[in-house]
Design a protein. Structure first.
Length: 351
């Protein structure tokens, strides 16, 4: 059997291995006898328009990296809720939250926080706190593709650089057209170098293919700077001269902060400040209604260099602090997509 014909079989085997690994929930635990005080939380957790809290889902409270409470989802009325007891000894501690999404095998951060108060009750069954689960924080991605659904393929032999470092065992790369997975490959050791043998599937030529990477060492997902135009039967890269995907993890959002003020009446992406900037700037935006929000930063060639917000956000005014990290000086574009609303603005990094 030739290499090309083996690839769908290898891909399905890889997908099976990933699914097996995803079945393990995080080892979150707390000993109530270690603490003197409690606070009760009733919360609804949303992710991409869906309510989490189904079989196997977990919600955990943290102070720093210390687990302070864990709860499974419970179905009440028309949907699941989490009934979480948070433990502490001191009022005033900031409590953060994470949710384990069992269906995706992923730990997701939650933007909202609470300040611990002894015997406080936050949220009710009739009026729960509504939290938004963000991008995958850890866990293997739920990436899979059915080759039989497509009539054309192209092959890429590639290497990966994350902040300049080479790929390692367990790293995975996936190809996407929009949000549709079109190929998955795990790093393969070739003479001491980790390479990816990726088959990308499509219905025809010309589609723009983007890529996401699962970094096994950090258990995080990043988008690469590079994209490709799909070519039927195309070949990109070789073992001797691989195509190179790059990820710059330093360019990030350090905070997505709600901003006080009257509720906005329109979607808006506002001017960043300061501009020009070095090394950080704030990007304000406004949502008159809850919407799936994606805020990205692109270089002058249109390549995505950072994804600052990616998930459902409730109505309100927000400001994101963008850290440029190791990005070079130059013109950058930041783009807000909130439902059907899309707007792009420019900013200048001067180092």
């Amino acid at each position: 059997m030739n290499t090309f014909l083996r690839l769908p079989i290898l891909l399905m085997t890889c997908a099976g291995a990933l699914a097996s690994a995803r079945a393990q929930a995080p080892d979150w635990a707390v000993n109530p006898s270690d603490y003197e005080s409690t606070m009760s939380v009733t919360a609804m957790v949303m992710n991409d328009g869906d309510r989490l809290g189904g079989p196997g889902d977990l919600l955990a409270a943290f102070v720093g990296d210390e687990v302070r409470g864990v709860a499974e989802g419970a179905t009440v009325g028309n949907g699941p809720l989490f009934f979480l007891t948070v433990f502490a000894d001191t009022d005033g501690e900031t409590v953060t939250f994470k949710v384990y999404d069992a269906a995706a095998g992923a730990v997701r951060g939650i933007a909202e926080t609470e300040v611990f108060e002894t015997n406080a009750v936050r949220g009710l069954v009739a009026a729960p706190l509504v939290w938004t689960a963000g991008a995958r924080e850890s866990g293997l991605p739920e990436w899979s593709v059915d080759p039989s659904a497509f009539v054309a393929a192209m092959n890429v032999t590639g290497a990966l650089r994350i902040d300049g470092a080479a790929a390692e065992a367990g790293d995975v790369i996936a190809a996407f057209v929009d949000d549709d997975v079109r190929g998955v490959a795990e790093a393969t050791d070739v003479g001491g170098t980790w390479l990816f043998f990726l088959t990308i599937y499509a219905g025809g030529g010309g589609e723009t293919v983007r890529f996401e990477v699962y970094d096994a060492s950090s258990e995080r997902v990043y988008e690469t700077a590079e994209t490709l135009a799909f070519e039927t039967n195309g070949l990109r890269g070789s073992v001797a001269d691989p195509f190179v995907w790059t990820v710059n993890t330093a360019a990030t959002a350090t905070a997505v902060e709600p901003v006080d003020g009257a509720p906005p009446d329109t979607f808006r992406l506002e001017a960043n400040y300061p501009n020009p900037f070095n090394p950080a700037t704030r990007i304000p935006f406004a949502l008159p209604a809850a919407a799936p929000v994606r805020l990205t930063v692109h270089d002058a060639l249109g390549r995505e260099v950072a994804r600052l917000v990616d998930g459902i956000r409730p109505p309100g005014r927000y400001a994101v602090t963008f850290e440029a990290g190791d990005l070079p000086s130059g013109l950058y574009l930041y783009r807000l997509q909130a439902g059907a609303f899309v707007e792009t603005r420019a900013m200048v990094l001067i180092k």
